[in-house]
Design a protein around this ligand. Structure first.
Ligand code: FAD
Length: 383
């Protein structure tokens, strides 16, 4: 129990945990090997109402709060962080499309997204760099009723598995910076789109890769937000995904800690259970404390969002702290399993999976800059 979760949300989380334990957890390691997201499971998640439940009913959602998305997300992540990307990308893109898209264009996509029939990626990063996101150069030129897109996006989660992507490109001059960027919904089967897949350390079932655009013609109706305002308007959605990512990686840390407690109570050394040694139980107790605190911070960020209150700093706190903490927690858990932890298995896969979020969606340095700006002002913290 905690102040953010009422009985309904706890019941929803229980339902999601049962589904994740029975249906998603069994294939966790197989999907790491095959590097394919299970579309059948994605559809089942959609049928359960687990994808973007915060969207209005007219778009296939359940009209619930963002906290509902959060509790489902962490339960799916406990079973398989890669599969929980379906929730993350569903909520982030769902919010962007529903708030900034033309209803007759985005409506069918949102219906497919919430039913678990379509996966959408988000394409911001370019080969020249991701931290300085407003400095992007993908060329988007308006020709009549279409935008013609040329260039490359890289390091995009689900690049080769997504059905469409929210793509940020430059319609204004380079000097215009963030005020010369336009966001487009680009179906991945348009002529001129090709994709590659990287060999990633973790998160292998969702994967990352590049998307190449060669004279891709996107109807103007597929624009999200106003021309040249994609960055300023659409990027606000990232506060949502940052809080969700916090819960996602902490879900992994919490299941790792639970399994490790069970193990250290059972395993004996020097005639006692491992848990009898403070060198074993105290680090785990310290991690439990920090994970609990970080989780409450993530829930608070979503609670603020549900109330329409500012939460950019809180979201950035979630995004830098939780991935680092989750990595430390899983690392410590792995060590508690001794040599067994070093075998290919649940712990080492979890360690590989959570590491990605110390980079993806913005690094700790960038998150700390966002926090500093909210406290000291943008002029005092220029970059
Ligand atoms: C698992 C994973 C998933 C991803 N998924 C997506 C996705 O779906 N879509 C997408 O668009 N991108 C995605 N990315 C890309 C990600 O957002 C970028 O990698 C990230 O923003 C950093 O950009 P970069 O890798 O180009 O590093 P750079 O920007 O080159 O930075 C390199 C290093 O310098 C530091 N640095 C840079 N500027 C500053 C500064 N001002 N102050 C202090 N330090 C600084 C950074 O923190 C970093 O440590 C993903 C990346 C990963 C690893």
């Amino acid at each position: 129990m905690n102040p953010y979760l009422d009985e309904d949300l706890v019941a929803l989380a229980d339902q999601a945990r049962r589904f994740a334990t029975d249906r998603i957890a069994p294939g966790f390691q197989d999907r790491d090997r095959t590097r394919v997201l299970d579309r059948g499971l994605m559809k089942a998640m959609g049928e359960m109402g687990f994808i973007a439940p915060e969207l209005p009913e007219q778009y296939g959602g359940l009209g619930m709060g963002c906290l509902a998305a959060g509790v489902i997300h962490e339960e799916i992540a406990r079973a398989d962080l890669s599969m929980s990307y379906i929730n993350l990308l569903g909520s982030l893109n769902g919010q962007i499309l529903s708030q900034h898209g033309q209803p007759d264009v985005v409506g069918p996509w949102l219906a497919r997204l919430t039913r678990g029939e379509a996966l959408l990626s988000i394409a911001l990063t370019e080969p020249r760099g991701g931290s300085d996101a407003a400095n992007l150069g993908l060329r988007v030129e308006r020709v009549g009723d279409t935008y013609v897109v040329n260039g490359e996006k890289t390091s995009i989660s689900a690049a080769d598995q997504a059905d469409a992507s929210v793509v940020f490109g430059r319609t204004g001059s380079p000097e215009a910076g963030a005020r010369g960027i336009t966001a487009l919904l680009v179906p991945m089967d348009l002529p001129g789109v090709t994709r590659s897949r990287f060999d990633c350390h973790g998160q292998r079932a969702i994967g990352r890769g590049s998307i190449f655009f060669e004279n891709v013609r996107v109807p103007v109706s597929h624009r999200l937000g106003d021309e040249n305002k994609g960055f300023v308007q659409v990027m606000q959605g990232f506060d949502f995904s940052r809080a969700l990512i916090g819960l996602q990686v902490l879900g992994v840390a919490r299941v790792a800690l639970a399994e490790t407690w069970a193990y250290v109570v059972e395993r004996q050394a020097f005639g006692q259970p491992l848990s009898a040694f403070q060198g074993v139980s105290h680090p785990l107790a310290a991690l439990e404390t920090q994970v609990e605190a970080a989780r409450l911070l993530c829930l608070q960020a979503l609670w603020l969002k549900d109330r329409g209150a500012p939460h950019s700093a809180e979201a950035a706190m979630c995004k830098w702290w939780a991935p680092q903490l989750a990595y430390d927690a899983v690392h410590q858990c792995l060590l508690m399993f001794g040599h067994g932890g070093y075998d290919r298995g649940l712990m080492e896969q979890r360690l590989r999976d959570v590491l990605g979020f110390q980079i993806g969606d913005g690094t700790a340095q960038i998150m700390k800059t966002i926090i500093a700006r909210t406290r000291a002002g943008r002029a005092a913290v220029p970059a």
